[in-house]
Design a protein. Structure first.
Length: 170
C-alpha cells in the first residue's frame, strides 16, 4: 500500500501520540502518585521533628538549670495541680479522638478567677476540627474558645494549621 507524504506524517504523529499516551499512563502517572505520597510523609516527619526538637530544648534547659527556676511571689502558678491537669488530659484526649495532630498545649498566665487559659496548636482538616469541637462540647468541664485561627496552605492535600486560646473553668 502506497501512502502519500501527508498520510505518512499523520500515521507517524498518531504512532507518536500513542506511544506518549502509553508512557504517560503506565510510567509517569504512578511515579507522580508516589511523589505526592512521599511529600505528605515528609511533612509529617518534619512536624514530628519540629515537636521533638522543641521538647528536646525544653528538656535541655530543665537539665542545665534545675534549681535556678524561681517564680516571683506575686505570680500565679500556671497550672493548679488538680484542675489544670484534668483540663490538659481532656484536651489531649479530645485531639486524639478527633484525629487532629497535636503540636503543643501551652498554659498561659492569668488570674485564676478568669479560669485556666491554654494555647493549643494542632494540624488537621476541617472535618477533624469539627469533630474536635463536637467532642469538646460534650465534655463535663466548661471550656470556652477565646480565639480560633485556622490557616490553610496552598493545595488541598496540605493540613490546616489550627491555633486556639482556650479558657477552662473547673
Amino acid at each position: 500500500m502506497k501512502l502519500s507524504k501527508r498520510e505518512q506524517i499523520l500515521v507517524l504523529a498518531a504512532v507518536f501520540c500513542g506511544i506518549f499516551y502509553l508512557f504517560f499512563q503506565f510510567l509517569l502517572l504512578p511515579k507522580l502518585g508516589e511523589i505526592d505520597q512521599l511529600k505528605v510523609q515528609i511533612k509529617k516527619v518534619r512536624l514530628d521533628l519540629k515537636s521533638a526538637d522543641s521538647k528536646l530544648k525544653i528538656l535541655e534547659t530543665a537539665e542545665k538549670k534545675p534549681g535556678e527556676v524561681k517564680r516571683p511571689e506575686k505570680m500565679v502558678p500556671l497550672i493548679p495541680s488538680a484542675g489544670g491537669l484534668e483540663v490538659l488530659r481532656v484536651l489531649a484526649r479530645t485531639t486524639s479522638k478527633s484525629s487532629l495532630q497535636l503540636v503543643f498545649i501551652k498554659p498561659l498566665p492569668g488570674e485564676l478567677t478568669d479560669g485556666l487559659k491554654f494555647e493549643l496548636a494542632c494540624q488537621g482538616r476541617y472535618r477533624q476540627l469539627y469533630d474536635f469541637l463536637s467532642i469538646l462540647h460534650n465534655v463535663d468541664l466548661v471550656i470556652l474558645i477565646d480565639s480560633l485561627s485556622v490557616v490553610g496552605k496552598n493545595g488541598l492535600s496540605e493540613p490546616l494549621e489550627i491555633r486556639m486560646v482556650i479558657t477552662a473553668h473547673v
